[in-house]
Design a protein around this ligand. Structure first.
Ligand SMILES: Nc1nc2c(ncn2[C@@H]2O[C@H](COP(=O)(O)OP(=O)(O)OP(=O)(O)O)[C@@H](O)[C@H]2O)c(=O)[nH]1
Length: 360
């Protein structure tokens, strides 16, 4: 089983934020299995303490069992299991295997930050309960002498183990912080995408298109450069839905958006401003160039029928209205002019283009 498969255990088909936390939990679990395995090897092969080594191996396996909970989608239980095993393990190390001089109980410091990283935002009870429990256990271990440890360590070995504990805590803190940063970054990207993009076609959504289009238009207005805009409308799209079903209609919209996007290589912005209406900004395009672009798009759609995933062939046409900037417009005004042109194109039948050039 590959590492990425283990990391993704239980995350399949989960919403983005839940999947993120599951993957992080699986990472932390794997990392802890790795650290615990190192101590198992230390007990078995350096200290020659077979009984303690086997005990520690049982804890190492117990951490890994958390992945089984994930596999069966018991997500909260998997997280609670992880922290329970961790706290019990630290307690056994400090109070049975060796003594507090080893510093094993410092691992309790990781519990609050780990709990806040791994549990969901609304799982306050779990986070607070685990943090309080870890604090209490830390003070219990700190103030309890273990007069009869299973392994009596020299002060040098105690010091080595103490330093290894501090090292692993630092390492885990770095890993936890890096994951935290990554989670925040991914969430920001996701929020940004949702706020700006049309989910079906990946074109700009209506609001963001108007923002971006306005920026482009202001540059053109300031520098008195050509600027055109095309409003496209699929002809008789209702019939596509009615004849082939809504899902095929969706596929057609994605196909249409891809055709437009493939033609846009010079900073044009493509937005989906309503169900079957797309709008394209054409910075630096004169009237003739905009017309050429529209004709090319028209031909592309008319000459290449769309074949759906269920092998349905759809021939369709588009109508377009073009607005050409000739004075200081807002993007809203240009879309509205293009809409008038589109209305005129539609009134002539299907597959037509009409163009309105603003007088200066
Ligand atoms: N599949 C799918 N259909 C959509 C979506 N958004 C809008 N529609 C459909 O688009 C169709 C638009 O219908 P109309 O406004 O009558 O347009 P039309 O059939 O293209 O007619 P004309 O524009 O006059 O050529 C309706 O059937 C809507 O349900 C979408 O996201 N997916």
């Amino acid at each position: 089983m590959s590492i990425s498969k283990i990391i993704n255990t239980g995350a399949e088909f989960q919403p983005f934020n839940v999947a993120n936390k599951i993957k992080t939990t699986n990472w932390v679990t794997l990392f802890t299995v790795f650290i615990s395995a190192i101590y198992t090897l230390l007990y078995l092969f350096i200290l020659n303490e077979v009984k303690v080594g086997l005990f520690n191996l049982a804890f190492t396996i117990s951490y890994a069992l958390g992945l089984l909970f994930m596999r069966f989608r018991a997500i909260t239980n998997a997280k609670l299991w992880f922290f329970s095993v961790l706290m019990l393990h630290v307690w056994v190390c400090t109070n049975i295997f060796v003594s507090k001089e080893s510093g094993f109980h410092l691992f309790y410091f990781l519990v609050p930050s780990g709990a806040f990283l791994l549990f969901e935002l609304d799982q306050q009870k779990e986070k607070i309960a685990l943090s309080i429990l870890a604090t209490l256990l830390f003070f219990y271990c700190e103030n309890t002498l273990n007069p009869d440890p299973l392994i009596i360590l020299s002060s040098d070995l105690n010091s080595t183990i103490y330093q290894s504990v501090v090292f692993f805590i630092m390492l885990e803190l770095v890993v936890i912080s890096a994951m935290f940063n990554q989670q925040i970054g991914q969430h920001e990207m996701q929020i940004n995408k949702t706020a700006t993009t049309d989910k079906l076609t990946n074109c700009l959504n209506r609001n963001y298109f108007f923002e971006e289009g306005q920026k482009q238009l202001e540059i053109a207005n300031t520098n008195s450069r050509p600027f055109s805009l095309i409003l496209t409308n699929l002809d008789n799209f209702k019939r596509v839905n009615d004849e082939h079903g809504y899902l095929v209609g969706d596929e057609y919209l994605v196909y249409f958006a891809n055709v437009i996007n493939h033609m846009c290589k010079n900073g044009e912005k493509v937005g989906r401003i309503s169900g079957e209406e797309f709008v394209i900004t054409l910075p630096e395009y004169t009237k003739a160039e905009a017309e050429k672009f529209a004709n090319k798009l028209n031909l592309q759609i008319e000459n290449s029928p769309f074949i759906s995933s269920g092998n349905k062939t759809i021939f369709n046409t588009i109508s377009m209205g073009i607005a050409v900037r000739n004075s200081s417009n807002t993007i809203g005004e240009l879309v509205s002019i293009a809409d008038t042109a589109l209305f005129q194109a539609k009134s002539m039948g299907v597959g037509n283009i009409d163009i309105i050039e603003q007088m200066a």
